[in-house]
Ligand binder design. Structure first.
Ligand code: SF4
Length: 214
């Protein structure tokens, strides 16, 4: 069992996180509508739900709130998460008892590649829907579209923008968090004396420990 009691944020940070998520969603929805001829995202399209990736403590706390708010799916999600985590934990690059990733990009990438065929435990394999969709990590929200952070352009999902030229993709890119509100909130969490490490979805959902304190 992973001890995720560190995946907590204050109510003020949780409220600011909700505003951040709403702003990110509004930006992405606008971009998706503007470029709808290039966007094929839909429920049941699940390649982006396969393989672990790093998430922040804000994402982790949000996922745990989602689990607490959706008791009807919590047992199944927890079961899938424990199954996924049990397979990955021995190779986890970091503090496995807490599910905190080491600050080592090379080790993280090797781990993500090794377990790149493991389904996200929040994904309902029967329906292809995310059981924690409203509470999903920011990376899940931004993955499909081209996004830009400063000079860095992140390519869209390979299923989207297939007929678009590089220039069109560049023109379509949006910055979902131009003021780096996520960075400011993470700094606030760290300054408050709480852990602000990165983790993965399976580690967070493999335990319900600490839910009562969220
Ligand atoms: S990001 Fe890609 S894989 Fe995920 S739903 Fe959109 S098109 Fe499908």
């Amino acid at each position: 069992m992973v001890d995720v009691s560190w995946c907590r944020v204050s109510s003020e940070v949780a409220a600011a996180d909700a505003r951040l998520v709403a702003a990110v969603e509004a930006t992405l929805a606008g971009a998706a509508e503007r470029w709808q001829q290039h966007v094929r995202c839909r429920v049941g399209c699940t390649p982006c739900c396969i393989g672990p990736f790093d998430i922040t403590v804000l994402d982790a706390a949000r996922l745990l709130r989602g689990l607490a708010e959706r008791p009807e799916v919590a047992a199944a999600v927890g079961r899938r998460a424990r199954q996924a985590w049990d397979g990955m934990a021995p190779a986890f690059p970091g503090e496995a008892t807490l599910g905190i990733l080491a600050d080592d990009d090379e080790a993280r990438q090797a781990f993500f590649t090794r377990f790149g065929d493991v389904l996200c435990p929040a994904l309902d394999p029967a329906t292809g829907a995310c059981n924690l969709y409203e509470h999903r990590p920011l990376s899940c929200r931004t993955f499909g579209l081209p996004v830009r952070y400063g000079d860095e352009l992140l390519a869209p999902c390979e299923r989207n923008y297939r007929a678009a030229s590089p220039a069109e993709i560049e023109a379509a890119a949006v910055n979902p968090d131009p003021a780096d509100e996520e960075g400011r909130l993470l700094a606030t969490v760290a300054a408050g004396g709480w852990l602000a490490g990165d983790t993965i979805v399976a580690a967070v959902l493999a335990s319900t420990h600490g839910l009562e304190n969220l």
